[in-house]
Design a binder for this molecule. Structure first.
Ligand SMILES: [Zn+2]
Ligand SMILES: [Zn+2]
Length: 474
């Protein structure tokens, strides 16, 4: 066993009874986010789940119920597989099985987790004549820079009854927590205050969901939709009552901006630059919304202008995946075009920050809500950290419509990690959020009795993350 430095195992036997785990995840109930908790992750704690790459870590696999408790009369075998990279320093050979024994009713597995990748630990039990798989446990190792960050799920393009949506901002915020989001922003058409209304509704309530300001900006005579996320003031206010300054400033930009290609509408371009500048001045992020959305039988943004946007890197971020009107997505896969375009532009070496959003207009009736979101890798949930995470290309766009595998899009490193998180971390997180969201909606309806329960639940999701990232005690 010494030749396998990979698994320095401590041996002790305890406990009784043996359970097995159903292999088919389709039998697991689905959360409103579409996530499913794998049986292994329900029956066992696997701690930590995220470890630093290229060093030795201890993983504890702890049965939580009698039906999976470990039996000293059984023999256990561990099969280990790193997903992508060979285990050079760990000395693991593919196909190797190692005997392991429980200690105090749990397994403690010491292993060298090489490179940034997912690791599979399969434990099989032989009890008398019976052989069973106890579980297929997953751990992810990350390089130092990423180890210090946490994945945060958010959606900041959605509508309420303050524009053309259905529900009130407070309701929508509660619904966001119910589907497992860490942060959200209402972005009503031409109406910044809807997002503030959502903030105000929970200003005195003990909630962990971060509610930020946003607005969908439509500047006069300009067809391009721009989501202003996180700006400390509204943009529409600048011309709602009087367009004189707006028009003068856009005219001035048309004079001063470098020449545009002939087929680019110079006014549309200048109006977008104007909006982006105003958003940035207010510390917000300017996101180009749904360029390939089809309206009046045409794409929202004319191709020459879109080409020019990419060339000039006009916006801070691109809405890569949109959940808007799932019915229209069935007719025309706008997201596939946005992704194809993104990949082509990235191949030209362009920097493009990406977001996934739902653009829902009624959360109870939408199949897209909670299933189209952005994952940002950031040191905290504070707005500047989230905005920096997106702008520094540490985000991915996710779509997880009912009945198909969730898909993440963006930089390879983060897509790979997100695939693990969607399977192994977010489901447990989403389940905790469900009750919080339900209580937020109850509170939004005027029932203050929800506050006490919300207070009890406060920081439960932080504690989950802490457990998943904290190294096991020596
Ligand atoms: Zn729009
Ligand atoms: Zn919208």
């Amino acid at each position: 066993m010494t030749q396998y430095r990979l698994f320095a195992l401590t041996a002790l036997l305890l406990a009784a009874g043996l359970g097995t785990v159903a292999a088919n995840p389709l039998f697991c109930p689905e959360l409103p986010s579409g996530a499913q908790i794998r049986p292994e992750n329900r029956y066992f704690d696997v701690l930590p789940r995220i470890v630093p790459a290229n060093q030795e870590s201890v993983i504890e696999i702890v049965p939580l119920f009698d039906h999976v408790s470990l039996d000293e009369d059984c023999a256990y075998l561990l099969t280990y597989a790193p997903m992508e990279y060979p285990s050079r320093q760990g000395g693991w050979e593919p196909g190797t099985q190692l005997p392991i024994a429980p200690e105090n009713g749990r397994f403690r597995i010491t292993a060298f987790f090489e490179a940034e990748q997912e690791h599979t630990l399969i434990i099989e039990a032989t009890c008398g004549d019976e052989k069973r798989t106890l579980g297929n446990f997953r751990v992810y190792s990350v390089e130092e820079d990423l180890y210090g960050l946490r994945p945060y799920k958010g959606d900041f393009h959605m509508h309420t009854h303050r524009s053309d949506g259905v529900e009130s901002p407070a309701y929508v915020a509660g619904a966001c927590r119910r589907v497992g989001l860490h942060f959200m922003a209402v972005s009503d058409h031409r109406w910044y205050d809807g997002s503030l209304e959502a903030q105000r509704a929970f200003a005195d309530a003990p909630v962990d969901l971060r509610i930020y300001p946003a607005e969908e900006v439509h500047t006069p005579d300009n067809p391009i939709h721009i989501v202003s996320f996180g700006a400390n003031e509204g943009i529409t206010e600048l011309y709602r009552d009087d367009e004189t300054d707006y028009r003068a400033e856009v005219d001035a930009l048309m004079e001063s901006l470098p020449p545009t290609p002939d087929d680019v509408d110079r006014f549309h371009y200048a109006a977008c630059v104007w909006a982006v500048e105003r958003i940035r001045e207010r510390d917000g992020l300017a996101m180009l919304a749904h360029p390939y959305w089809i309206t009046r039988n045409r794409h929202n943004v004319e191709e020459p202008l879109l080409d020019y946007f990419f060339e000039q890197e006009t916006f801070d971020a691109l809405e890569l995946i949109s959940g808007f009107g799932i019915e229209s997505l069935h007719r025309m896969d706008v997201n596939a075009l946005q992704v194809a375009r993104y990949l082509e532009e990235r191949a030209k070496g362009r920097r493009i920050a990406v977001c996934g959003i739902s653009d829902t207009h009624g959360h109870e009736r939408s199949d897209a809500f909670g299933r189209y979101y952005t994952v940002v890798f950031a040191p905290s949930l504070e707005l500047p950290d989230l905005l920096a995470g997106i702008q520094e290309l540490r985000s991915v766009a996710v779509e997880a419509p009912a009945g198909v595998l969730p898909r993440a899009y963006g930089p390879f490193r983060y897509v790979k990690y997100t695939q693990f998180l969607i399977r192994e971390v977010f489901p447990q997180h989403d389940e905790l959020c469900f009750e919080e969201g339900r209580l937020m909606i109850q509170y939004a309806s005027g029932d203050d009795s929800a506050l006490e329960r919300l207070r009890q639940l406060q920081e439960q999701t932080d504690r989950l993350y802490e457990r998943y990232w904290t190294p096991a005690a020596e």
